[in-house]
Design a protein around this ligand. Structure first.
Ligand code: SF4
Length: 142
C-alpha cells in the first residue's frame, strides 16, 4: 500500500488553497493500491492558510506563529493512518515542511532550500516507511 500526499492528486489542501496535481504520480499509481492523506489539514489547519517553514527545530508560519504542535499532530495522524492501511511506501510532496523527503525551505521564507525532511516525512521514515517525492517519480524511480 502506498501513501500519497493528497495535494499531488489534486486535493485543494495546499497552503494557498490549491493543489500540486501531478500527472506522473497519477500514472505511477495506475494499477497500484494507494491511499492519500494531508497531514496539515488532518491537524485542523485550514486551507488556505499561511505558509510555514521549519526554523531551528520549530515550525513557524510566515506571520511568526509557532505551529510546531499542529505539524506534530498531523505527523502522528499520518503515521496512524499508514498503520491502519498497511502502508509500506509513500510518495510525498517535495520541499513541504510536512511532506518534504530530501529537502525543505530554510525557514527564512526566501525560497532557499536546504537538505532535510518535513515533520511527517521524518516520522514516517523513522517508522520504516520507504519515501520518495514526486520528482523521484518523474525521474522513473520505483
Ligand atoms: Fe500537500 Fe503535504 Fe502540504 Fe498537505 S501537508 S498540502 S499533503 S504537501
Amino acid at each position: 500500500m502506498i501513501l500519497v500526499s493528497a495535494c499531488l492528486l489534486g486535493h485543494n489542501c495546499k497552503y494557498n488553497g490549491g493543489s500540486n496535481d501531478n500527472a506522473a504520480v497519477h500514472t505511477f499509481l495506475e494499477g497500484k493500491d494507494w491511499v492519500c492523506f494531508c497531514p496539515e489539514r488532518a491537524s485542523g489547519l485550514p486551507a488556505p492558510r499561511l505558509p510555514s517553514e521549519i526554523r531551528g527545530g520549530r515550525v513557524v508560519s510566515k506571520a511568526g506563529d509557532d505551529v510546531t504542535r499542529e505539524f506534530a499532530q498531523g505527523a502522528e495522524k499520518a503515521l496512524a493512518f499508514c498503520r491502519a492501511h498497511g502502508v509500506t511506501r509513500a510518495v510525498l510532496k517535495a520541499r513541504s515542511p510536512s511532506c518534504g523527503v530530501h529537502a525543505v525551505y530554510d525557514g527564512t521564507f526566501t525560497g532557499r532550500v536546504i537538505p532535510g525532511m518535513g515533520v511527517t516525512a521524518k516520522l514516517l521514515a523513522e517508522n520504516g516507511i520507504e519515501l520518495l517525492d514526486e520528482e523521484d517519480i518523474e525521474k522513473g524511480a520505483w
